[in-house]
Design a protein around this ligand. Structure first.
Ligand SMILES: C[S@@+](CC[C@H](N)C(=O)[O-])C[C@H]1O[C@@H](n2cnc3c(N)ncnc32)[C@H](O)[C@@H]1O
Length: 402
């Protein structure tokens, strides 16, 4: 990848501090602005919003330093796919897991972006039907005709998938449409809502509409899909597109809990960059209910499997199982970058929990990185300031498998 997209980091800007954890380990803590303002724009293909996603600069930092082209990079809590998309762009092979099937919808299609002509032709071909009915009343979000278009798109994807006819063009359109459902501008299908793509409940939307004295206006869904697609692909180079296509040939997507990833071979992964759910911060399924509905997924069923432990003991138990599975799949010499937060006003530092868990399983702790920029999650781009229950530093435990 050309250096115009990520400016190099200056190592002399890192501050080191030896920290003795309550578990007894003495760890090298590194503080610095590892990614953020110093860097220029990331590849635009990452611009798919998802709760608690990290910036592409974060996985890129590790991909560049700890892997070579062709190595296997894995994210067990993949979300929108930031790690694997960036790894693919850099010519690495990829595997991703997430318990939420939306993760596959959002990630896989971006390995094989369609051409402008393919996209325009397919959009014309997708039939917009009249009189489709839905059990859900979404009139507080969408104007009537817009809703018919959304229902038509939804039905089209269901049929194509049922008949195994969906191809890379359909998958791309489904990914973009999923991303355009609700938001804060006319670039989304819905009337103004906030935050974008974390669909609030129907009741809350009625309140937003009353407060803003707004009613949903017609939105041309196909036009919006075309425009967002252009935006996503605006700075993708030919080389990056080729790398993505190449990664697609061997890419593996799993939809299971991260402690049961049997189909990933022992000792096969060179690098893991991941961010697990932190205690009770993010309700991934509730936030994604509309996206789940659009993709015909049962949000409640997913909700039952997703990890949102409320107490630290349970969280540690789950993470210990996950780390054991990660240990199995990692190559000797392979690196794990495990991003956790500082939660509950800094009273719980999850890095200090993770270090002893990993060491017990046989990992060695290389260092812990604290990215010192104040607000690092993409939620900040949307103007959401972190609140008490949020997290405002990237704390990354870096393990090595001996
Ligand atoms: C912090 S997010 C990861 C975001 C990702 N780094 C990105 O940039 O999009 C955590 C993810 O873990 C998933 N998840 C929660 N519990 C899980 C489990 N037990 N096994 C696998 N995935 C799980 C959630 O669905 C969510 O997508």
């Amino acid at each position: 990848m050309s250096d115009t997209q990520f400016a190099p980091f200056i190592e002399s800007d890192i501050a080191h501090k030896k920290v003795k954890l309550s578990s007894g380990e003495v760890i090298d803590y590194q503080f610095g602005e590892f990614w953020t303002n110093k860097q220029r724009q990331a590849p635009s293909i990452h611009e798919i919003s998802y709760r608690a996603c990290f910036k592409p600069q974060l996985p890129d930092y590790f991909i560049e330093r700890f892997t070579n082209p062709g190595d296997l990079v894995y994210d067990p809590f993949g979300g929108r796919g930031t790690t694997v998309i960036q790894a693919a762009i850099r010519g690495r092979q990829i595997v991703q897991n997430d318990i939420n099937p939306l993760s596959i919808v959002l990630t896989k299609a971006r390995l094989t972006p369609p051409t402008d002509a393919e996209l325009a032709t397919r959009l014309k071909e997708i039939p917009i039907q009249k009189g489709l009915k839905s059990d859900l009343d979404l009139s507080m979000f969408f104007e009537k005709k817009t809703f018919q278009e959304i229902l038509s798109l939804r039905q089209y994807f269901i049929d194509r998938r049922a008949n195994k006819k969906n191809d890379h063009i359909d998958d791309w359109i489904q990914m973009v449409a999923t991303n355009r459902l609700t938001g804060h501008s006319s670039g989304f299908f819905s009337v103004y809502t906030f935050p974008p793509n974390q669909a609030v409940s129907a009741k809350s939307q009625i309140r937003i509409n009353e407060k803003r004295q707004q009613i949903p206006e017609y939105r041309d869904t196909k036009k919006i899909i075309l425009k967002k697609s252009k935006g996503l692909l605006r700075n993708l180079t030919e080389e990056q597109r080729e790398n993505l296509n190449k990664a697609a040939k061997t890419a593996k997507f799993l939809n299971t809990t991260s402690n049961t990833t049997k189909t990933i071979k022992d000792n096969s992964v060179q690098l893991i960059v991941t961010s697990p759910p932190f205690l009770d911060i993010v309700q991934y399924v509730e936030d994604n209910w509309m996206r789940c509905w659009f993709n015909n997924f049962d949000a409640e069923e997913i909700s039952n499997q997703i990890t949102v432990p409320k107490d630290l003991t349970k969280w540690n138990e789950i993470m210990s199982d996950v780390l054991a599975e990660i240990f199995r799949v990692t190559k000797p010499g392979g690196i794990i970058a495990f991003e956790v937060g500082e939660i509950r006003k800094g009273s719980i530092k999850l890095d200090e929990e993770i270090v002893p868990l990993g060491e017990k399983l046989g990992f060695t702790t290389e260092f812990v990185m604290i990215n010192t920029q104040e607000f690092t999650k993409t939620s900040n781009i949307w103007g959401v300031t972190n609140n008490d229950s949020g997290t405002n530093t990237n704390r990354i435990v870096v393990f090595k498998k001996p």
